[in-house]
Design a protein around this ligand. Structure first.
Ligand code: NAD
Length: 299
């Protein structure tokens, strides 16, 4: 049997960022508008620091402005809310996010509720979650948007009538991916830790999106031949074969087993991961256009 096409998320994200950079040039020259992306980072979690640094670098590479507000791990709720309100009020910041997870003493819901929904670059505000659930245009979470772009890359723009399963029901990945697939006229099943007979649920689906956080949960014999498999999971495992203390990343799908069965599949790393920041920049550009009363470009 032929092997699946490997969906190169890294290359797709690079192409998207290059496209965004061209659109930013147009906005600057035609309208004097430079999109600005802000990030509020509380504490010194090393993974979050790397992620925030990459966001800043990629924003600047795309010709945007990048803003960062760093607060200490013991920052008070009032400090964090003040940082959020400063971005809400700053006309040069068109989109921003508060890097999660927040230190435990800070109430996440209260912080996220303070973000101006128009500047909510990660589409996480309740108003935007409600808009997405109601099928109304607005910012949507970036990793889910990246999943849809990769599915369309694999299957073409029309997903109408396809059967899809999303494994995972988190507010940041599973639920919004399901809403976006519904918007594309797919028939959508949301599976989760209490679902019965997950292999049988998956076996009839044209699209499988795994967003679980369980290494290689989805096996090759769960996949319908020719299906599109999008692996959102990022799981770090010990890899003593690579040397002492070494680790490797695996997804929620057993890639080696799924490869000979699927039609197209995202690898981990190099699949969904690189799409998140590219989609964050895309959301910032769209937010900048909307705030300036300009029709956003097709991207
Ligand atoms: P989460 O822990 O919030 O949600 C996991 C979901 O999986 C839950 O809804 C749960 O019901 C479901 N689940 C757990 N065990 C299950 C099982 N055995 N069978 C079926 N369903 C099960 O996680 P999340 O924030 O949605 O993230 C999911 C994965 O995606 C993680 O590995 C995370 O690291 C990754 N992730 C990647 C990106 C990216 O690539 N940019 C972004 C966000 C999350």
């Amino acid at each position: 049997m032929d092997k699946a096409r490997i969906i190169d998320g890294k290359a797709y994200a690079e192409g998207l960022r290059a496209h965004l950079a061209r659109e930013v040039e147009v906005l600057k020259s035609a309208h004097g508008l430079t999109p600005g992306l802000g990030v509020v980072l509380v504490g010194d979690d090393p993974a979050s620091q790397i992620y925030v640094r990459n966001k800043g670098l990629q924003a600047i590479e795309a010709g945007m402005r990048s803003f960062e507000t760093k607060l200490p791990a013991d920052a008070s709720l009032a400090d964090v809310l003040a940082a959020v309100r400063a971005y809400n009020a700053d006309p040069s910041v068109h989109g921003f996010l508060v890097q999660l997870p927040l230190p435990k003493h800070l109430p996440e819901a209260e912080v996220l509720a303070a973000i101006d929904p128009l500047k909510d670059a990660d589409g996480i505000h309740l108003i935007n979650a409600g808009r997405l659930a109601s099928g109304i245009d607005g910012p949507a979470p970036c990793t889910p948007v990246g999943c849809i772009l990769l599915i369309k890359e694999a299957r073409g723009p029309d997903l109408s009538g396809l059967d899809a399963v999303v494994i995972g029901r988190s507010n940041i990945v599973g639920k919004p991916v399901a809403q976006l697939l519904l918007r594309e006229n797919c028939t959508v099943t949301i599976a989760h830790s209490r679902s019965r007979d997950l292999p049988a649920i998956c076996r009839s689906k044209d699209i499988v999106v795994a967003a679980v956080g369980q290494p290689e949960l989805v096996r090759g014999d769960w996949i319908k031949p020719g299906a599109t498999v999008i692996d959102v999971g990022v799981n770090r495992l010990d890899a003593p074969e690579k040397g002492p203390g070494k680790t490797r990343l695996v997804g929620d799908v057993c890639f080696a087993e799924a490869l000979p069965v699927a039609g197209a599949i995202t690898p981990v790393p190099g699949g969904v991961g690189p799409m998140t920041i590219a989609c964050l920049l895309r959301a910032t550009l769209i937010a900048a256009c909307r705030q300036a009363g300009i029709a956003p470009p097709e991207i």
